[in-house]
Design a protein around this ligand. Structure first.
Ligand code: GLY
Length: 361
């Protein structure tokens, strides 16, 4: 795909300019979403889960260019979040440390850097609820989020590095509980599960960022597609691969031809047609899944579909390159529509997984 290759190079050049401007204009600022295309504003964050995605992009820029400027900034922005390895308030330590310190370790093999990754994984495992067998969300003890599937990988990693069977059990059980209660027969996913904290019984499906409790929030499904694939790569449990593929098939069947879903597939006549961050996450997850599935036809399908998404996202409707004054890279992302946060804007995780997917290509 020679055209996509040149679009990828244009996108990385553009991303480099946008990122350099961001970190030089607002040093040490860790944004989450833009407002009218601007990163600096006083909008609320709801929860603090995005602080690794800027550092993650800086590592990807270093990987792509080999320039010491990016390496130095990537280390700096990783150090800025080191204290979060002890954060017991969020379920997002995978997002924070896999994007930053894990990439740092992969590039250097420095055991002190790896210790931070393992430490963060151990902290995250402390969220496990024996009653219900899941890692609780940031919201409350009774709440399980589909998003946690993107974070549980760091617990598998920490458990395998330290040979900790108890930690491994927590990660494994979390995946099985999520698979049982949040993934439906058609491969769609629910955002949240609510449990009885006394008995551990599952009570109902629910949502915060989707349309309805029984609908299909696109980003949640993209987290599941990617996260179950990652969990399979640690465990080789065929059930997890099967679940990742069910989610992938749902995404492919239900999304319009260019590959970008709305915020929720089931919402009738959504006010905005796109949730580009879900597409970026799905593209990155599908590229992994193409390597994980043992089926050559499905491998081709997943890779071709991921390339189609990336061809769309590097085009003029989504890439902000032709939008003067826009500070992000990828337009038409969505954070929390009901709360009015980051609606039709650039979002930090969208930028991160977009660059990650392009770097995999
Ligand atoms: N809280 C994670 C998300 O918005 O996808």
């Amino acid at each position: 795909m020679p055209d996509l290759t040149s679009k990828i190079n244009v996108t990385f050049d553009f991303a480099g300019r946008q990122l350099r401007r961001l970190i030089e204009t607002y040093p040490d600022y860790l944004p989450m979403y833009t407002v009218n295309g601007k990163w600096k504003h006083g909008g609320e964050s709801w929860t603090n889960w995005c602080e690794g995605f800027l550092g993650g992009q800086l590592w990807l820029m270093y990987q792509h260019t080999g320039e010491s400027y990016w390496r130095e900034k990537a280390e700096h922005y990783s150090r800025l979040i080191a204290h979060r390895k002890d954060d017991r308030d969020v379920h997002d330590l995978g997002f924070l440390f896999w994007s930053t310190w894990k990439r740092w370790y992969d590039m250097t093999g420095d055991p002190a850097v790896n210790d931070v990754v393992v430490h963060a994984g151990r902290t995250l495992s402390l969220r496990f609820k024996e009653k219900g067998q899941y890692l609780r969300s940031f919201v409350s003890d009774e709440s399980l989020f589909i998003d946690i599937m993107m974070n549980v990988g760091i617990i598998f990693y920490a458990a395998q590095h330290t040979d900790d069977a108890a930690m491994l059990r927590k990660a494994t059980q979390h995946c099985q509980t999520t698979r049982k209660y949040l993934v439906r027969g058609d491969g769609s996913t629910s955002h949240e599960g609510i449990f009885d904290t006394e008995t551990g019984a599952f009570l109902r499906q629910s949502t915060h960022q989707g349309w309805r409790a029984d609908s299909s929030w696109a980003r949640g499904l993209a987290w599941a597609l990617y996260g179950f694939g990652t969990a399979y790569s640690f465990t080789h449990d065929a059930r997890l691969l099967q679940t990742a593929e069910a989610c992938a098939n749902f995404y492919i069947e239900r999304t319009p031809a260019p590959g970008v879903p709305p915020n929720d597939w089931d919402e009738p006549d959504p006010a905005r047609p796109y949730e580009s961050s879900a597409a970026a996450i799905a593209a990155s997850g599908l590229l992994d899944l193409a390597k994980l599935t043992g089926n050559p036809a499905r491998a081709r399908l997943y890779r071709d579909y991921a390339l189609r998404i990336l061809d769309t996202l590097t085009g003029p409707e989504f890439l902000a390159i032709e939008t003067p004054g826009w500070e992000g890279i990828l337009k038409h992302g969505m954070y929390h529509e009901r709360k009015g946060l980051g609606v039709d804007e650039s979002v930090m995780w969208g930028e991160h997984f977009f660059l990650e997917a392009l770097s995999k290509v």
